[in-house]
Ligand binder design. Structure first.
Ligand code: ADP
Ligand code: MG
Ligand code: ZN
Length: 618
């Protein structure tokens, strides 16, 4: 015997079932009822048949206003029917002829069954089909015709997760943000304590930071810690095809939230609706209405009830200032890219659910991933686990992690890509050029790894530099050294092959960016001094700033940038010329091994040129 598990059948399942039943009835039962063909005759014919005595039985049906009668010929019953005429004499006529007559229906299925079949079933089928179609339409076209059908009734896709299942334990690093949010958690735990004193908590807190740093995660963790319902909606969900729909959704959201208070309303990516209202051409009426509604709602509800609004954005600068004034999102919680310790912790958090080999060194991985966001790190752990499976191992090892760092940061290793030996040679010299220039400059970070295994991202090889400790400041010398290191690749090509290749495009771009920042932002050029020539549009999306100087000055800025890069280039070339022996030896070594570690590189370098430190001071 098998056990039946109750399964939830989709609604169209029932519709199809009903159809099948109907078809079966049609095919098997109805023909039985209708087996005898009924012949329609005129009333006068009926009367004459009664008079002639051929009629055997008569019945009168009030509902259909017909008379059905039968005759018998050679033992076979023939059915007839005719309409009813106002006829006083019919009864006496029938009794005279000795015909039995009734007012019932001679051969009919049970009235209840016929009622069900003829009335309820079609209605049911229509209801079921209608619902099914409605659903399809609504799912198939969000914001389209489905919403048009339910116009006025905002069907905000709000989901209440009674428990998000996330706690602050799931968020590593971000201690400052957590601290700021703890107050909100405490408020949600016992709002009375705050209202007794008369304190009003901030209605809203805005989580601000670059993508992937855990803003959404933090909001969920607050809900989990406070153990309250969590209404989450993305800003883009408010933007509708019809003007007014977004505003209706906002109203809906807040009325739902107030019923469930204390609770958290989380508006993700709030910049989609919270953009500055400006009078630019082609303004978005719908968006403005939605924003206005949001502002009104935030003013309208009573914070003491315990509805806390959290919002997240990576473009705080583009938010309407009305949103940021006290009483609305007056708190800003910065969620920054994690530092070394934060990265180590994040790796550990995500490694909790993965079988890790015991000697895994998370700190080494964290060191190699400066600038990676929490999402990147989560991805690195997952890629490492995937690689371990591919390698048919049952624990993740350091090598998996190291490989996945490169996968996530530089694209998949393209091991089977064919590169001609000549090109490979150029790449090897190029990379050693970078590494050598870096190593020969005291302020430069030592190289961590050099490889000429190409990546799908397009890089043919790369030199990974890792800082020993976290840096928050960069000195002018460091900046200059960085540029020199970047130009080192091209310099090596020039020295060894007497020509240049396209391989340096990315280096050139980076070098130019640093040089430009030195001039226009950091006041590191002698020509301009401490004058800011650029305004930064968005510090979180690392977008390009725009120059604020006259076009005359802009031309001089360009000249200055060219000068800085060119000087660095010359310095790199000089360093490489002085160490040409090492350059050749190291490049040959790299060509042979394809990948060498930083220590290996440094050891070789020391063996080749033991007098290196002396040269540096010269
Ligand atoms: P954001 O909303 O800031 O763009 P998310 O909160 O969606 O970023 O983060 C994406 C994922 O990255 C999370 O689901 C989580 O797995 C991981 N993550 C990001 N930051 C952290 C962190 N500080 N600790 C642990 N995991 C993190
Ligand atoms: Mg997010
Ligand atoms: Zn390069």
């Amino acid at each position: 015997m098998t056990e039946h598990t109750p399964s939830k059948k989709p609604i169209y399942y029932y519709a199809i079932l009903a159809m099948i039943v109907l078809l079966l009835l049609n095919a098997l039962v109805f023909p039985q009822l209708m087996q005898n063909e009924v012949k329609e005759v005129g009333y006068n014919e009926f009367l004459s048949m009664v008079d002639s005595g051929t009629v055997k039985e008569v019945s009168r049906d009030e509902t259909t206003q017909t008379i059905t009668f039968t005759t018998e010929k050679d033992g076979e019953t023939q059915y007839y029917k005719t309409g009813i005429w106002p006829d006083e004499t019919l009864v006496s006529r029938l009794s005279d002829a000795g015909v039995p007559f009734t007012a019932s229906i001679p051969t009919q299925a049970s009235p209840l069954l016929s009622f069900l079949i003829s009335w309820l079933l079609p209605i049911l089928i229509f209801i079921v089909l209608g619902r099914f179609l409605m659903k399809r339409v609504q799912n198939g076209m969000p914001g389209g015709i489905g919403n048009a059908l339910s116009f006025g009734k905002a069907n905000a896709k709000i989901y209440v997760e009674a428990q998000t299942g996330k706690t602050f334990d799931d968020v590593a690093g971000q201690d400052e943000a957590k601290e700021a949010l703890l107050e909100i958690v405490d408020f949600l735990h016992n709002p009375d304590r705050y209202s007794d004193i008369g304190a009003k908590l901030p209605k809203g807190a805005l989580l601000v930071g670059p993508p992937g740093t855990g803003k959404t995660l933090l909001a969920k963790a607050v809900a989990g810690e406070a153990n309250v319902p969590f209404f989450s909606i993305s800003g883009s969900a408010f933007v509708e095809m019809f003007v007014g729909m977004g505003a209706a959704k906002v109203r809906d959201l807040f009325s739902q939230a107030e019923q469930k208070a204390p609770c958290i309303v989380f508006i993700d990516e709030i910049d989609t609706i919270g953009k500055k209202r400006d009078n630019m051409l082609g303004g978005n009426d719908e968006r403005e209405q939605t924003l206005n509604q949001l502002l009104t709602e935030m003013d309208g509800f009573d914070a003491r009830k315990g509805v806390v609004i959290l919002a997240a954005t990576n473009r705080p600068d583009s938010l309407d200032s009305a949103l940021l004034r006290p009483g609305r999102f007056d708190r800003r919680i910065h969620v920054e890219l994690p530092d070394l310790k934060g990265r180590t912790d994040i790796l550990k958090v995500h490694a909790r659910g993965v079988k890790m080999s015991e000697d895994v060194d998370f700190e080494a991985i964290a060191r190699a991933t400066s600038g990676a966001s929490g999402a990147d790190l989560a991805n690195i752990i997952n890629e490492a686990a995937l690689r371990a499976v591919r390698m048919k191992r049952d624990t993740v090892e350091q090598a998996d992690l190291e490989e996945s760092v490169e996968v996530v940061i530089a694209g998949y290793a393209r091991k089977n890509a064919v590169i001609s030996p000549k090109e490979k040679r150029i790449v090897a010299y190029h990379e050693i050029g970078h590494a050598l220039v870096a190593a020969k400059q005291t302020e430069s970070a030592p190289v961590h790894k050099i490889t000429i295994i190409p990546r799908t991202s397009g890089a043919l090889g790369y030199t990974m530099q890792v800082d020993e400790s976290e840096h928050y400041l960069m000195t002018r010398e460091e900046a200059e050294n960085k540029i020199a290191t970047l130009t080192g690749g091209r310099s090596a090509e020039e020295i060894v092959f007497g020509t240049v290749t396209t391989g340096a495009s990315n280096d050139i771009e980076q070098a130019t960016r640093i040089a430009k920042a030195m001039v226009v932002r950091y006041g590191m050029s002698s020509a301009f001094g401490m004058v800011a020539l650029e305004c930064q549009n968005n510090p979180y999306l690392a977008s390009e700033g725009s120059l604020t100087c006259s076009s005359d000055t802009a031309a001089r800025v360009d000249a200055e940038i060219i000068d800085i890069v060119e000087k660095a280039h010359q310095r790199a070339t000089q360093i490489l010329r002085e160490n040409e022996v090492a350059l050749h030896k190291l490049a040959e070594h790299l060509l042979e091994r394809e990948t060498i570690s930083g220590e290996e590189f440094m050891q070789l370098l020391r063996e080749i040129a033991p007098a290196a430190p002396a040269q540096l001071n010269a």
